[in-house]
Design a protein around this ligand. Structure first.
Ligand code: ADP
Ligand code: MG
Length: 717
């Protein structure tokens, strides 16, 4: 059989069906996949040293002959096999020891020449390498793969060794590299000074020196960025070709709402609102990402957007990540609506005026708002579904519960997704498909630097609220160790006596929610009985029913609870202006963005606010996170730091479309390269949207292979 790059990995010599399974586990299905499985790092074993010059406690490489070899059992542990070889060169000798690999003895016949690589140590007076890596030097074999050169180190599946993986890769390169087709045009390669593909693949695996893989790395990263950016641009183009809804953005509802606001919108809010207005008034479907720090006032902006849609006779779906947040939005919005209806703009939802308004007899549209969470029972749910289907409800707020096939909309005109990073790609894509090209507004309080955002979310338009509402005082953040806890409690007492309220947050300690709860609920008892016997203490966590959570939050909001003990359910969106203290226990267990989100729950009113992190950080990363929190309150800076600490893979997670597909490119470290690729991708897509010109055909093929689920984006109608 003639093998191609797309031949299954099991047909490579030395692999077979059993080993193929291990490769498959790592996502390596074809020979090409193998070539694109890049080294995690390199080890420079190119400097061969004479044994007499070896230094203790350093990793070094020698070339030596086997002088003797013997097996023995360990004294201490029976059935513990030790293989011991003495090897030597002209300058001296050294012991090499391997454990529980009896088969190795076949390799170490006396006189056999080896290259050995490992840490040199001194044991009871003699030099020794424990489990060194080795390469057997034979007459006919000239290139030593495992030693005597720069060695690639891979992530390999369990049950596979580095040397096996390296050998297979080498074979694959030797036999199949000639079939690799360059798909980036000569012009683009020249403009961006890129190595060609075959050379890049060889160099990245087996570089001659440590400079070589850098160029290879650059080329392969560019390639990923380019494909990704082409995809983004094609999708953008496709969106532009769809016809959406032109909402009437100037209308009574929005105007009445604006008049009813107790404050002025900030400059940033006004600017963003203007951008949203333009989008919504046009027939092009809006897809806009709204970035803004916690507390910057995104919700109001989103509500304006909802009003634009409703006053134009369309339905709005508003999805949020937690039940608590859904409930809070529901209550807030209801509250706002009652203000507008008090002003006579909106008829009461079920009044005859409202009904006639819906049938088009009255100019003003009523607002009928519905809350859908997983907590409601079947019958209630069906009733609500019915209202939505009939078009009697026009603002639907909910959690993941909105992602139900059975939930049908009558005239879905706007989808709002809050805290978008909490949802997966397919979840975000679901709601917009429930209408005919509705406008889409997604919001995030985990902002990333603008240049990066534009590039990564290239198919979205981006708005940024970069200003906090006035009179907002920055939260003072302090870091204390556990010995200071009593002082912290005293401080809470002081604040509560002045009429303020406090949060005490406990982390996820075990993966088990039951156990997590224990930290919070046990402490709740202690705090209630012993620490704050004179105050009202509340407890809220994710295991409570939605209604119960809501009840406690309302009590807290009304000031009936002084100190709220909570788990991370508080992380997003909760808004209680009178709360001025937040204590976060075991702060080292939280991610940086998460800490910042939590801190965003306070400092929402006119009072001085304090965030106290209690922690004994052990790791460097934990220390960095806490330091960043104490030093900065700027969400953009925090996010950037978080991105640096965790790296893009972790930061964006598996959920972020496209990014998790990047195997080698790092958007943070290679921003310049990303920008270049983006520029090329734009030009390509605008000059040849179908990628059908001769110089682009191969590129299109590659795009199909690399992103197989995305053909539909490539053939732009
Ligand atoms: P985000 O969702 O961006 O974290 P919110 O929309 O919850 O922020 O707003 C935080 C708080 O600030 C809310 O209580 C909101 O009513 C208030 N707020 C929003 N905009 C303004 C403004 N322009 N002036 C004063 N307060 C505002
Ligand atoms: Mg919000």
């Amino acid at each position: 059989m003639e093998k191609s790059l797309y031949t299954g990995i099991q047909y490579l010599k030395g692999v077979g069906p059993k080993k193929a399974k291990l490769f498959n586990q790592q996502g390596i299905k074809t020979i090409e996949d193998l070539l694109y499985h890049f080294p995690r790092r390199y080890e420079d074993r190119s400097n061969l040293l004479p044994i007499s010059l070896l230094k203790e406690n350093e990793v070094q490489t020698i070339q030596a002959g086997v002088l003797a070899c013997r097996e023995r059992q360990s004294w201490k542990r029976r059935r513990f096999h030790i293989l011991e070889a003495v090897v030597g060169d002209d300058t001296g000798k050294i012991f090499c020891v391997w454990f529980n690999q009896p088969y190795l003895k076949n390799y170490f016949k006396t006189g056999q020449k080896l290259i050995l690589f490992g840490k040199v140590q001194r044991y009871s007076g003699r030099l020794q390498m424990n489990s060194p890596e080795f390469e057997i030097i034979s007459e006919e074999k000239t290139d030593a793969l495992d030693a005597g050169r720069i060695i690639p180190i891979y992530t390999v599946a369990e049950g596979m060794t580095q040397r096996y993986f390296r050998n297979i890769l080498k074979k694959a390169l030797d036999e199949h590299l000639s079939k690799v087709v360059e798909f980036i045009s000569f012009e683009i390669r020249q403009r961006n000074k890129l190595l060609n593909l075959a050379k890049s693949l060889r160099d990245i695996h087996f570089p001659e020196d440590l400079k070589h893989p850098k160029e290879a790395y650059r080329r392969l990263a560019f390639e990923e960025f380019l494909l990704f950016q082409i995809l983004v641009n094609l999708r953008k183009l496709k969106k532009k070709q769809r016809k959406g809804i032109a909402h009437s953005v100037d209308g009574e509802l929005a105007e009445a709402f604006e008049r009813s606001l107790p404050f002025e919108l900030t400059q940033a809010q006004q600017r963003v609102l203007q951008e949203i207005k333009q989008d919504m008034a046009s027939y092009l479907p809006m897809s806009r990402l709204l970035q803004g720090d916690v507390g910057s006032g995104k919700t109001i902006v989103a509500f304006f957007a909802a009003l634009f849609a409703m006053q134009s006779g369309w339905q709005v779906a508003f999805m949020v990540p937690t039940e608590l947040l859904a409930q809070q939005h529901y209550l807030n919005i209801k509250n706002q609506i009652s203000k507008i209806s008090a002003a006579g703009v909106v008829p009461e939802a079920d009044s005859p005026a409202a009904r006639s308004a819906f049938s088009g007899k009255n100019k003003a549209n009523p607002i009928n708002i519905q809350l859908i969470t997983s907590g409601i029972n079947k019958q209630e749910k069906n009733e609500i579904y019915n209202k939505i289907k009939q078009g009697q409800a026009n603002l639907i707020i909910g959690t993941h519960a909105l992602l139900e096939q059975k939930l049908e909309f009558n005239k879905l005109g706007l989808v709002i997704i809050d805290e978008q990073h909490k949802f997966g790609v397919s979840q975000r894509a679901f709601l917009p498909q429930r209408g005919a090209n509705p406008d889409v507004l997604i919001m995030t309080a985990t902002p990333i630097p603008r240049t990066l955002a534009i590039t990564l979310y290239g198919d979205l338009d981006i708005s940024v609220i970069d200003e906090l509402p006035p009179l907002r005082k920055p939260v003072e953040t302090r870091f204390l160790n556990e010995e200071k806890r009593e002082e912290v409690y005293e401080f809470i007492k002081e604040q509560v006596s002045q009429g303020r309220q406090a949060y005490i947050i406990y982390p996820i300690i075990e993966e088990s929610q039951q156990l997590d709860l224990q930290a919070a609920s046990q402490m709740y008892k202690v705090l209630k009985k012993e620490t704050f016997p004179d105050f009202n203490i509340g407890l809220v966590h994710g295991q409570l029913k939605t209604k119960e959570q809501g009840k406690i939050m309302s009590e807290f909001k009304r000031g009936e609870i002084d100190v709220l003990v909570a788990t991370t359910v508080l992380e997003v969106g909760i808004d209680v202006a009178n709360a001025s203290v937040m204590v976060i226990e075991h702060a080292e267990r939280f991610g940086l963005s998460q800490l910042h989100q939590l801190r965003g729950r306070i400092g929402r009113g006119e009072h001085d606010s304090y965030c106290i992190l209690i922690s004994q950080p052990q790791t460097e990363d934990a220390k960095r996170r806490i330091k960043a929190m104490v030093e900065s309150s700027d969400g953009f800076r925090i996010a950037e730091e978080d991105l640096k600490i965790r790296g893009p893979g972790e930061f964006f997670g598996k959920r972020q479309h496209g990014l998790s597909e990047l195997r080698i490119a790092n958007p943070l470290r290679q921003l310049q390269l990303l920008k270049r690729a983006r520029q090329e991708a734009r030009e390509l897509v605008s000059s040849d949207p179908r990628l059908e010109l001769r110089q682009n055909v191969l590129l299109r093929e590659r795009l199909h292979q690399r992103f197989p689920g995305h053909e539909k984006y490539v053939t732009v109608a």
